[in-house]
Design a protein around this ligand. Structure first.
Ligand SMILES: NC(=O)c1ccc[n+]([C@@H]2O[C@H](COP(=O)([O-])OP(=O)(O)OC[C@H]3O[C@@H](n4cnc5c(N)ncnc54)[C@H](O)[C@@H]3O)[C@@H](O)[C@H]2O)c1
Length: 391
């Protein structure tokens, strides 16, 4: 099967503003490139940094007029709300501790929101955002980036059809090596804020990457965590937050799992790997080779699925952009999330009903669950790695 994505082109371009993502930042630029890939929205304003000089320089590189570059996100959201050509949504790509304030202000002014994970640094703040989203009936996306890959959607559909049987056990891991030394002491800013509780929240490793495992397993299997037992380690001498975490989980319905995330694992970059075992078969997916998956069924030889080559579920195929053998990656995955969100928002603005496929992007409720998960891991570990319920 070689068809690429055939997304509609009727959607008029939406407008968006960005909070964070100044020059030198990591994920903001990824968001902008991902949006630009499909041309369904254009950036119209920004408060890209706490440094106004950086915001101006970033605005110049993305071609924004000075009048739409702001010293603070508060000024941007309040001023832009009164413009006739106001943005349709605001993307929040700052460190964790700013997500709540920026997203809340945007919601208060009626903007749809795309927000980075983790949604907030406390579950009460996260729940408050969810409440606002419900009350105001506003679309909200949390960018759990890895859910944008076509193969992930295909695996989700295989599992939903019961092809693996009943899921018994899930093994999820996300090792990285980048904090094996105390990089934060060199001035590397991504390391500095992630290891600072004031900016990252109560967890570094679980919040930053363990949260991806939690979301992805739920997304792909539908399993809901009932209780967990976590041990969070701090191997970096004097580091105030975790840099390695082992979590046992019990799911509602009897399945179990083990999640390991680490930033002190030499030899690993973004090695998110998920292995899902059912009564009839198993599947293994590795983020660094996202176009393929290993599938095994008890009654068949071990198989290997390839995006673009092998028949895929309709939803997965609709997100596939290139013929087989031309790898799609992180940008395309991110673009798929944005494309889905922007298309849904455009339909909503036109007053059209939204289908389940339209809403197939991570939403605020998943964001709330993610923050609860982080909090429960921290609580369990602090109490000596005891089992704690998710409720
Ligand atoms: N979804 C993913 O896969 C993924 C990947 C990386 C990072 N993230 C998340 O994205 C967020 C940002 O991470 P990063 O690595 O890009 O960080 P970063 O430090 O590279 O960039 C953060 C940016 O936000 C700006 N900023 C900080 N406070 C601000 C404020 N009050 N107003 C305006 N701008 C402000 C900084 O100046 C900087 O430009 C984090 O929440 C992180 O967890 C998600």
């Amino acid at each position: 099967m070689i068809e690429g994505q055939t997304s509609g082109t009727k959607t008029p371009k939406l407008r968006y503003g960005m909070v964070g993502g100044g020059q030198g930042a990591f994920i903001g630029g990824v968001h902008r490139k991902a949006v630009a890939m499909d041309g369904k929205a254009e950036i119209v304003c920004g408060a890209f940094s706490q440094s106004y000089d950086n915001t101006l320089a970033t605005g110049d590189t993305v071609g924004l007029p000075r009048e739409r570059l702001y010293r603070t996100f508060e000024d941007m959201i309040q001023t832009e709300a009164g413009r006739p050509d106001r943005p349709d949504f605001i993307s929040v790509v700052t460190p964790n501790s700013t997500h709540y304030a920026a997203a809340k202000l945007a919601l208060d002014h009626g903007f749809a929101v795309v927000c980075e994970k983790p949604l907030a640094t406390s579950s009460s703040d996260a729940a408050d955002l969810a409440r606002l989203v419900r009350e105001k009936d506003i679309l909200f996306c949390v960018t759990y980036a890895y859910s944008g890959y076509p193969m992930v959607k295909h695996i989700r559909d295989i599992i939903a059809r019961g092809e693996l049987g009943e899921i018994r056990f899930v093994n999820g891991e996300y090792p990285q090596e980048w904090l094996a030394t105390k990089l934060e002491e060199t001035g590397q800013k991504q390391a500095a804020w992630r290891t600072d509780p004031k900016l990252a929240g109560a967890s570094n490793c679980v919040g930053d990457i363990g949260s991806h495992i939690e979301f992805m397993v739920g997304h792909m299997t539908g399993l809901v965590i009932e209780s967990l037992c976590a041990r969070l380690d701090r191997f970096g001498p004097g580091r105030p937050l975790d840099d390695n975490a082992t979590v046992m989980v019990n799911f509602k319905g009897g399945a179990t799992g083990v999640y390991w995330s680490s930033q002190v694992a030499p030899g690993h970059d973004n090695a998110l790997r998920l292995r899902i075992y059912g009564t009839k078969g198993a599947v293994e997916w590795f983020q660094e080779t996202p176009n393929t998956a290993r599938v095994s069924f008890l009654d068949r030889p071990i198989g290997f699925l390839s995006r673009g080559r092998d028949p895929m579920s309709p939803r997965a195929q609709s997100l596939s952009r290139l013929p087989s053998g031309h790898p799609e990656g992180y940008f395309e995955g991110f673009a798929n999330i944005y494309s889905t969100f922007i298309t849904a928002l455009a339909k909503k603005l036109r007053g059209e009903a939204l289908t389940a496929d339209d809403l197939d992007f991570p939403g605020v409720e998943e964001g709330v669950q993610g923050v609860k998960y982080i909090e429960k891991c921290v609580e369990s570990s602090a109490k000596g790695a005891i089992w704690v319920g998710m409720e």
